[in-house]
Each structure stands twice: as structure tokens, then as C-alpha cells.
Design a protein around this ligand. Sequence first.
Ligand code: 5GP
Ligand code: MN
Length: 326
Amino acid sequence: MTNRIAYQMAEELRKASKVALFSHVSPDGDCIGSMLGLGLALEALGKEVYMYNSDPIPRNLSFLPGVEKIQTELPAPFPEILLFVDCTDLQRVKLENEVFPADSLILNLDHHISNQNFGHINWIDSQASATGEIVYALIRLLDVNLTQDIATNLYTAILTDTGSFKYSNTTSKTHQIAGELMDSGINFADIHHHVFDRTPQAKLELLRRGLNQLQILAQGQFAMMTLHKFDFEEIGAEESLGEGLIDHARTLEGVEVAALMKEVNSSVIRVSLRSNRWFDVNKIASHFGGGGHKRAAGCTLDMPLEEAQKLLVQKVEEELALGRSC
Ligand code: 5GP
Ligand code: MN
């Protein structure tokens, strides 16, 4: 999608001398790869770039070129342009109560259907498999040379949000872009290895516990996995190692909806939701104040684990009973 908004965003970036990039909490391959890919491209244009993420970078993304540039402190002062990648709303960056300088220009670059259009310029393409696809288009508009470092980041962004090009968000355009990125000389086999094939033992231990606590509900259509705070503590696993475990619930034969309930503390539960073929998990996540996509979404429930489980099961069963939603 190269439209008026895209040109407008490129034009503002061309004019700017300093840009801050922001990506969401509980970072994933798309938000980090997109931020780094764009950050390196803007640096190549001679901009001063600040890249922010409040959380630790997951271990399997620590190989990404430029990752050491990501800051956990907010820029002070805020530069003229604040650009948010892969963020549905300011809550996803924990900046909903931040007062930005009156002259800041907020740019919003995202592919979530639930995006809140919180920017002055909002480039939202829910047809894009990953924000990385939109960043690719922006970099092309900015006429920046696609270096291996930039391409490695964008390839990782797309690779992770499409589940290795297998989710239904993958299009022929996704493959075309991946092809262009490969043509820049990236070592894609090495990227796959770094991202997927170095499972830390702690993650396997988490999976073991998650499988022990797996519940199959709604006549086999709903699989809910739970991980307690003590599971993470006893194993010595960081929170991000829970990423991806939900697929062991989602891929069970007969399952349409999967959930991973992660107890952050006694009154905060992080919920990941996935569906396979027709169930709209964004509808469920949005109902509880979160968001995402039809096939992958999330939310946070501020209540004890058992209460959260009960509430979620009730809502999912209710929606399943209504039948096909998308
Ligand atoms: P995950 O389950 O991997 O954390 O997230 C799945 C998808 O839903 C991602 O695209 C993510 O950005 C989105 N998502 C997860 N949690 C939230 C949330 O609390 N709020 C919103 N708006 N989106 C979320
Ligand atoms: Mn994404």
C-alpha cells in the first residue's frame, strides 16, 4: 500500500533530524525487527535515532544487528518525531499517561486491526502480515539501500509474525518481500536457527509444566494452558520464554481456540490467544481491554488466576457456541 499517508510519513521523516522509535512491551520479533530495520535505515539517512523498548529483549532475538542500540530509558528530551511500530495504542508502550511536547509529531506504523489511530499520521495496514512489511515499503519510499543488517531485521519481523510463512496472514506479497530481502544476501538459514532452533532448557521445563496444566474444554475445541508465577521462579525462566508455548495447545487436533494464561503476580494475568481457522480472538481480547489480530491476540486481566480462567473460559465458550465468526 503506497498511498498519500505513506508519502506523508516518508516526507516528515525526510525532513526530521532526530527521531525516536518505540516498540511494545513483551517484545516480539516483529516489533523489534521492524524498529531496528527502520532505525538503521534512518541512521543511513543521517538521522539521529533513539530506539526504545521498556522490556528485556528475548534471548532468541539478541542476534539482531543493532540490538545493542535499544534503550530501556525514555529519551529526554523527546525529539521532534515519535514513531511507534507495531503498537495498537499507547498503553502497549505503557505511555498512555505520558505528556508529549506539544510540537511532537506522532507517527503510528502498524498492522493490527485493533489499532486505535492514536498518531497524527497513522499508516495502518491490517492486510500486512507483519509491521515489517510496512517498514519495508517505507524504506523503499525513503530510497535507502537495503543492507544485510536492515534486511536481517525485516526478514525476522516477517518470519516471526507469519510463523515461518505458514499463518493465514501470509500473502504472495509477503513472499515477494521475503524474496527481495533474501536477495540482499542475508543468511536466512542462520536467522531461522537463531530464532527457532536454540530452545533454552528453561523453556522446555516451562513447556513440561504448561502441558501438565493443559485443560481441554468445549468438547475439545478450546485448549487452555496455564503457567503460574512460581513455575517461572522455580525454573529460573524469564517471562519471555513463555512465547510460543501456546502453539502446543493450538496445534492439537480438533482445537480451534488456544489460550495461555501467564500469572504475572497474584492479581495480574497475561493472556495470549490464538485460533486456527474461523474464531476471532481479537474480539475476545478486545472485550477484556486488549487487542491484536483475528488469529492472534492478547490482553491482561487484573484479577487472581482462578477468576481470570473462569471468566475467559466462559467468554470463549459463549463465542464458540455462536459459531463461525470470521
Ligand atoms: P501475544 O499473545 O504473542 O503476546 O500477542 C499476540 C498478538 O496480540 C500480537 O500481535 C500482540 O501485539 C497483540 N497483543 C497482545 N497483547 C495485547 C494487549 O494487551 N493489547 C493489545 N492491544 N494487543 C495485544
Ligand atoms: Mn506484529
